[in-house]
Design a protein around this ligand. Structure first.
Ligand code: COA
Ligand code: ZN
Length: 307
């Protein structure tokens, strides 16, 4: 293996948990800077209720303000088919629908039990998108651990994947460590089983948070299992406001740095990524995390000269 894909989720997962309202033009500037850093795929925001996530209230304006980004897939998270219709109306056809594997988190996050979200997904695929025009990934939140119910059983996740693939083959699934408490052995176990059972019909990506500091170890565990796509967030921002105690995503800078140090290509320019992080960190009330951001810039980049 000589490369992996990193999907930048900063403009969505990263921003949704920030109390200060990030101005629309800064969001747009951030997305453009991330595209310039080399991302081929990123989450640009979400079509959710502004009451639930006030930070995403300007989603339509953000989409309108974006310049064409050829070769970059800009995905939006949706909590339900209503959000998907809003996205389609805004011209966004690359979506992630979030469905938690534990019903308590689904109720807290999107206001209904997991079963209702699965029924709504079926409706979305069959009635809202009968001609298969959408790219759809399913964010399997709480795949490993739920803040209310504790550990998630692998069998529950695998059974739900099987059911969803009956609605439409070739979906992408994000095995999501929403609370950031999954350990690498568990992550590897679920990733291995998911690939063995559904790897021919579906694709899988790992979405990790770094609450317990296991984020990068979990990525390596996934690589061992055969996963090649990973979500990460610029400046390590992020967290689900409906998952108490969860902290930010795996920091993109740390993941890019680790991969490059291991000779694994990501297509991301670390210097430009660090510059993109500066844009969002300059907003008062925004505090980035991650290790590589704390290094002196020339130290973070010196490996490139040596490579
Ligand atoms: N975008 C905007 N508004 C939406 C919406 C969407 N995708 N889906 C529903 N609504 C509106 C409804 O029309 C209703 O509006 P009204 O009060 O004007 O009648 C209102 O939101 C409440 O809808 P309701 O169906 O009663 O559900 P709710 O209050 O339980 O909210 C969600 C459900 C899904 C809209 C809300 O929980 C949500 O947006 N969650 C997103 C959570 C999130 O982004 N988490 C982080 C990412 S994992
Ligand atoms: Zn997340």
């Amino acid at each position: 293996m000589d490369s992996i894909e990193i999907v930048e989720v900063g403009p969505r997962d990263g921003l949704q948990n920030i109390a200060t309202t990030v101005p629309t033009d800064i969001k747009i500037q951030l997305i453009h800077a991330l595209a310039d850093a080399g991302y081929k795929r990123m989450e640009i925001g979400s079509f959710v209720s502004p009451k639930a996530i006030p930070q995403m209230a300007d989603m339509d304006e953000v989409v309108r303000g974006l310049r064409p980004m050829p070769g970059v897939m800009g995905m939006a998270l949706v909590p339900n088919s209503k959000g998907a219709r809003r996205a389609i109306d805004a011209g966004v056809m690359d979506l992630e629908m979030v469905i938690s594997m534990s019903t308590s988190h689904n109720e807290s996050n999107v206001g209904r039990p997991t079963e209702e979200s699965i029924t709504d997904l079926e409706y979305l695929l069959q009635d809202v998108d009968p001609d298969n025009k959408l790219f759809l990934r399913i964010g399997l939140a709480t795949s490993f651990h739920c803040p209310f119910e504790g550990l998630t059983d692998d069998a529950v996740v695998l059974r739900n994947i099987e059911r969803m693939l009956k609605f439409r083959p070739n979906l992408e699934f994000a095995l999501s460590d929403t609370t950031g408490l999954a350990s690498p052995d568990r992550v590897k176990s679920l990733a291995t089983q998911a690939l063995a059972q559904f790897g021919d019909d579906a694709s899988f990506i790992f979405h990790g948070h770094d609450t317990a500091g296991f984020g990068l170890a979990n990525v390596l565990a996934c690589i061992d299992a055969g996963i090649r796509s990973f979500d990460a967030s610029v400046a390590g921002l992020g967290g689900c406001p409906f998952a108490p105690g969860a902290t930010g995503n795996i920091a993109s800078e740390d993941l890019v740095y680790l991969m490059h140090r291991m000779g694994i290509q990501t297509g991301i320019d670390l210097e430009k990524l660090l510059d993109a992080g500066d844009i969002i960190e300059a907003v008062p009330g925004v505090f980035g995390t991650g290790h590589v951001r704390k290094l002196p810039r020339e130290r973070a980049l010196e490996y490139r000269a040596a490579a």
